[in-house]
Design a protein around this ligand. Structure first.
Ligand SMILES: [Zn+2]
Ligand SMILES: [Zn+2]
Length: 251
């Protein structure tokens, strides 16, 4: 084999299908001392890819190890696929197979952020409710009161519905534009990766803002007051009190 040909084959992409017919790709970079040196393998997974390699290993064995790894994650992807198809996901914009977080729309300016454990996908995930206090507080109370009802044999979406006692808006019932309300300061929805997640707590207002926009706005006003990293000021829409934490500095 000529060296140029060998070079062309140094990176391989193997396709694999899991038990729910999802397509996955394993990228294999062969090292110069192949097969004595283990190839570098990568895939879009929520956990580190651990494949064992010896000088006697074949690519076929690597492929079957990869299939086993996919099998161990099938339940995790089943849980997230159900959420992705039956609810409106606000974040991430385009979830990849390695993303464990979903921010799910509950209503106008109310959402829940869940962090699903790839190893225990049906257990109660880490949850964080986001939105105006008067809407979030009753939901948080239900979450705390009903947490013990969480049934690990049922899906995360089912459990969230039961525990929060709500129906999630879905593509069948709502348009996504019902939830991605633009920022009241810059009039856009996405500001780099950020979405308008700071909401005025006044029940008659509820206007969302980007954290960075609201921080800059309040900081520029003489009526605002700053204490450590928090700025206290007035909502640009309804003039009711509003607070915002200093936006994280860009690195
Ligand atoms: Zn903005
Ligand atoms: Zn307001």
């Amino acid at each position: 084999v000529k060296d140029s040909t060998r070079k062309a084959f140094r990176t391989l992409r193997l396709k694999a299908e899991d038990s729910s017919a999802r397509q996955h790709i394993l990228t294999i970079k062969l090292k110069s001392k192949h097969p004595a040196e283990a190839p570098e393998c990568s895939a879009d997974l929520p956990v580190p890819l651990a494949l064992t390699w010896t000088a006697q290993s074949t690519l076929e064995q690597i492929h079957s190890q990869f299939l086993l790894c996919l099998q161990s994650l099938a339940e995790f992807w089943d849980v997230l696929d159900e959420i992705d198809t039956k609810t409106w996901i606000l974040e991430p914009e385009k979830p990849s197979r390695s993303d464990t977080m979903r921010r799910i729309a509950i209503g106008n300016n109310v959402s829940i952020k869940v962090e699903v454990d790839p190893r225990h996908p049906k257990m109660l995930p880490e949850c964080c409710l986001l939105g105006a206090e008067h809407v979030v507080t009753p939901l948080r109370n239900k979450l705390n009161a009903n947490m013990h009802l969480w049934n690990p044999d049922s899906s995360v979406l089912h459990n969230l519905r039961d525990v929060l006692e709500i129906e999630f808006p879905s593509p069948a019932t709502h348009e996504k534009s019902d939830f991605n309300v633009e920022c009241g300061i810059c009039y856009s929805y996405r500001l780099e990766a950020a979405i308008p997640d700071q909401v005025c707590n006044d029940p008659h207002c509820g206007q969302p803002f980007h954290q960075a926009c609201l921080y800059e706005w309040l900081r520029a006003l003489p009526t605002s007051r700053q204490s450590f990293s928090i700025v206290f000021g007035e909502c640009p829409y309804c003039s009711k009190p509003i607070t915002v934490k200093m936006a994280a500095q860009k690195s």
